[in-house]
Design a protein around this ligand. Structure first.
Ligand SMILES: Cc1ncc(COP(=O)(O)O)c(C=O)c1O
Length: 502
């Protein structure tokens, strides 16, 4: 047999020598350290258009045939990313629910990629699997949930909620569902109960998993923006009378718009009485459950059948890291486990392919676990409490300011809007409402473009509100105190331009 001799001392073009790797790695770490050190002095965003950004890459470039010198490549690309990105790690970034990445988490991701564990099976990732299991137990403990629950890390809040949704459905509909799908009468009439404040993952779940969005019963909210329990009870009763199959109630611990928390204890009691599954979307707020200053209703999440929690929100993990927790370990496995003939994995070991949608899985847990060890539960509770205190202070500042209307504060989200002091003299109520909505939408665009602060918006009682969400360990009191002045200046400019244009 003639051997392919050229493969004996194989030299793959993708390999880096230890010297190259070390030099490139050190230089990159230096650049990242400089970035963290100077982030507060830089604009949050270069506010470029999609066309401008696309042009940086060359519009008609096809895939390169030949490779390039790796040092230069990494240098060029890292500089480009530092110059053309929006930095959610900036102290004045307070949009959506996207945190500053913990530097320890950044290093954790680097290390995780280097050892490249496949955390689908214990045998392929022994220590990594156990670290993920410990991370899940620690997250449960941190929020006051039983630590013998089932759980796993996923990419984020949507995926964590999907995992819980599927576990709920399998448990309530029974094992036949996995073979016969939603074709049977009982399964086709499964119904979901959620408030209008529920995040859009619920529509995606109902749609993608075959129920259709019409299977969602949208329950109104009360004056405090919480799911209306009387309306919930009435709707479930009515649906049962019609032959429907109510199976899931979604409570929200920290709504995406205003940080509102449902009356979780009462929802839990209702679910226990009616045999329904109680799921809590705590992607944002669950992590504040045992934090001083957090809403008392969060205590009710300990009774949930499942909870979605996002380490990439209030544990400041770099994207991506979500976590699904299901009270009964077996119920999680029942929804996902399959054992193909080519698997040779010990049944008694923890094999994460058994617990979720992914087969091969990366080592997301490392960045979360490292940061939990770095600062401990107390460190996290202090940081979360500080975020809440800063949001509360912003509420007070805008409330005391003559050009703002403070609208809401819950957890670390504050909403408000700019109101020109002389507006009432000039307009009637309808005109006023429309004008203020347009004005604040325009103001937000100006704010996004200016690079000095970055907020997002919420609709609060039909009012277009500016919304600051602080899941940011870099935000300080100075940053909060700077906001009213900056936003009022942009508000005045916007108001003047809108009045001119008529
Ligand atoms: C309450 C809530 N649920 C779910 C999600 C979705 O999380 P992710 O964007 O990580 O998928 C969010 C995102 O902000 C959220 O606030």
């Amino acid at each position: 047999v003639s051997a392919p001799e050229d493969l004996r001392g194989r030299k793959a073009p993708i390999e880096l020598s230890a010297t190259e790797f070390r030099e490139m790695g050190y230089a990159l770490v230096d650049r990242i350290a400089r970035h963290f050190d100077t982030i507060a002095e830089r604009p949050i965003t270069p506010a470029e258009s999609p066309d401008q950004v696309r042009r940086l890459l060359g519009l008609d470039q096809s895939i390169p045939t030949e490779g390039v010198e790796p040092r230069r490549l990494l240098e060029e690309v890292s500089e480009a990313l530092f110059d053309h990105s929006l930095f959610n790690g900036h102290p004045r970034f307070g949009a959506y629910i996207t945190s500053s990445p913990a530097p320890m988490g950044v290093l954790g991701d680097f290390l995780a990629a280097a050892i490249n564990q496949n955390v689908g099976a214990w045998k392929l990732s022994p220590l990594a699997t156990e670290i993920e299991a410990q991370t899940v137990r620690w997250i449960a403990e941190f929020i006051g949930y039983p630590t013998d629950c089932g759980g796993l890390l996923v990419s984020g809040g949507n995926m964590a909620n999907f995992i819980c949704f599927l576990a709920a459905r399998r448990e309530i509909a029974g094992p036949a569902l996995r073979a016969s799908g939603l074709g049977t009468d009982d399964a086709s009439r499964l119904r979901i109960y959620a408030s209008m404040n529920t995040h859009t993952w619920i529509q995606k779940a109902a749609d993608l998993f075959g129920h259709g969005t019409d299977a969602i019963r949208w329950i109104p909210v009360d004056g405090k923006q919480r799911i209306d329990l009387t309306a919930l009870e009435a709707r479930v009763r009515h649906d049962r009378e019609q032959g429907d199959n109510p199976f899931l109630v979604v409570g929200t611990a920290g709504s995406v718009g205003t940080g509102g928390v449902d009356a979780l204890g009462e929802i839990g009691a209702f679910c226990r009485e009616t045999g329904m599954w109680f799921h809590v979307d705590g992607a944002y707020g669950a992590l504040a459950a045992l934090v001083e200053g957090a809403p008392a209703d969060l205590a009710g999440l300990k009774d949930a059948d499942s909870i979605a929690v996002d380490p990439h929100k209030w544990l400041y993990a770099p994207l991506e890291a979500g976590c699904a927790l299901v009270r009964n370990f077996e119920q999680l496995k029942n929804a996902f486990s399959y054992h193909p003939s080519y698997y040779h994995f010990e049944e008694e070991a923890l094999n994460y392919f058994d617990f979720g949608m992914q087969n091969s899985r990366g080592f997301r847990a490392l960045k979360v676990w490292l940061a939990l060890r770095q600062v401990g539960a107390e460190g996290y509770r202090t940081m979360i409490a500080d975020d809440i205190r800063l949001a509360a202070h912003l509420y007070k500042l805008v409330d005391a300011h003559t050009e703002f209307e403070a609208l809401s504060h819950s957890l670390s989200i504050t909403t408000f809007r700019y109101v020109p002091p002389d507006l009432d003299a000039q307009t009637g109520p309808d005109q006023r409402k429309n004008y203020l909505n347009s004005l604040n939408a325009d103001l937000l665009t100006r704010l996004e473009q200016c690079g000095e602060a970055f907020l997002s918006n919420a609709l609060v009682d039909d009012k277009f509100a500016l919304r600051m969400c602080i899941v940011n360990f870099r935000t300080s009191l100075d940053d909060i105190e700077a906001l009213p002045g900056l936003i009022a200046r942009l508000g005045r400019e916007s108001d003047a331009d809108l009045r001119k244009s008529g």
